[in-house]
Design a protein around this ligand. Structure first.
Ligand code: COA
Length: 324
């Protein structure tokens, strides 16, 4: 039987209108544009308006991807949405978006793998397509992470932004996604987490809202080491070497982490998609936003090989190597 691949036929993205610069943050916490830029590469981030939700951004990104693909929502047989900031506890944001698109009836569910959410969702959808279960899938990464940021805590509030990206996948006899690698190690929970939730209780420490806890320096070290071995594993799984990768499309958390991964791949930064300066860390939104930018700016061309990777709370880490 001929091999079935999942091919990305189109991409889309959505960002909230409001832009908050580093200079704006200087007014609310003891920080500086210089500190944020040199430590992270971030210059600005988009922040969702009051009432604007993850589902709103996901819907806009999905609509754009479907329009670009020329695919009707009713043709979809699967929606997988990576998020750690769902609109409500249930139904899943994937179900909310499915209904707004008019794709009612197809399988729809969320994947929570923190910042690796989109790449995890892509890996899951790829398996559905490869197994013959699905022919046309919508994969979304969407977040309003700034909703769980403590705006008094300079160590974290400068790092995050909101946004969403989406891709339409189609079953094809042409490549396609060559390999996906998904991993997690829950032993690292304490380094990056949000303790508030349904079963553990909704209360955080007095005086704080729902907020992210992060040991930044430790996260940084593990991320660099883990992504280093992840890209090696991915190349091996796809039967490729570094020279065959045209573009690295990394999770956009920190420019220094991105540079370390590029170095490992012997890639010049000219072949790396960087959006962290404009978007900051949008968690599950970051890789599909960067992918959509790569496509719409004309950088990523049909027939080129793209290496997507992400790392996040859990810890989780995931990659995909594909021919666009
Ligand atoms: N503005 C100014 N100073 C700040 C600051 C801010 N926003 N945040 C922290 N600082 C201070 C610290 O208090 C510390 O001061 P001290 O030396 O007097 O104690 C100093 O800057 C250095 O802090 P440190 O944590 O060592 O900086 P760093 O070089 O490790 O950079 C991060 C901090 C968070 C940018 C970096 O560790 C990082 O990016 N980690 C990964 C985080 C991440 O990507 N998380 C998501 C993963 S998906």
């Amino acid at each position: 039987m001929a091999q079935i691949y999942s091919r990305i036929i189109a991409t889309g993205s959505a960002l909230p209108e409001r832009v908050v610069t580093n200079a704006d943050l200087e007014k609310i916490v003891d920080t500086s544009d210089e500190w944020i830029r040199t430590r992270t590469g971030i210059r600005q981030r988009h922040i969702a308006a009051e009432g604007e939700t993850t589902g709103d951004l996901a819907f806009r990104a999905a609509q754009q991807a479907l329009e670009t693909a020329g695919v009707k929502a009713s043709e979809l047989d699967l929606i997988v949405l990576g998020t750690t900031t769902p609109d409500i506890i249930f139904p899943s944001t994937a179900c909310l978006v499915q209904h707004r698109l008019g794709a009612n009836g197809c399988a729809a569910f969320d994947v929570n793998a923190a910042c690796s959410g989109f790449v995890y969702a892509l890996g899951v959808a790829d398996k559905f397509i490869k197994s013959g279960q699905s022919k046309k899938a919508l994969v979304i990464g969407a977040e309003t992470l700034t909703r769980m940021v403590d705006w008094n805590e300079r160590e974290t509030c400068v790092l995050f932004g909101d946004g969403a990206g989406a891709v339409v996948l189609e079953a094809s006899s042409e490549p396609g996604i060559y390999a996906t690698c998904l991993h997690a190690d829950g032993g690292y929970k304490e380094l990056l987490y949000n303790p508030v939730g349904v079963s553990a209780g909704f209360k955080d420490e007095p005086g704080h809202g729902v907020r992210i806890r992060m040991a930044g320096r430790e996260v940084f070290k593990v991320a660099v080491k883990t992504l280093d071995s992840l890209v090696g594993e991915t190349l091996q799984a796809a039967g490729m070497d570094e020279s065959q990768v045209d573009w690295l499309i990394p999770h956009q958390a920190n420019l220094r982490i991105i540079e370390a991964t590029a170095k490992r791949l012997n890639m010049s930064m000219e072949r790396v998609i960087v959006t962290v300066d404009k978007h900051a860390n949008t968690s599950s939104g970051s890789v599909p936003l960067a992918l959509d930018y790569a496509v719409r700016s004309g950088k990523a061309q049909r027939g080129q090989n793209l290496l997507l990777e992400a790392f996040g709370g859990g810890f989780t880490w995931a990659s995909a190597l594909l021919r666009y």
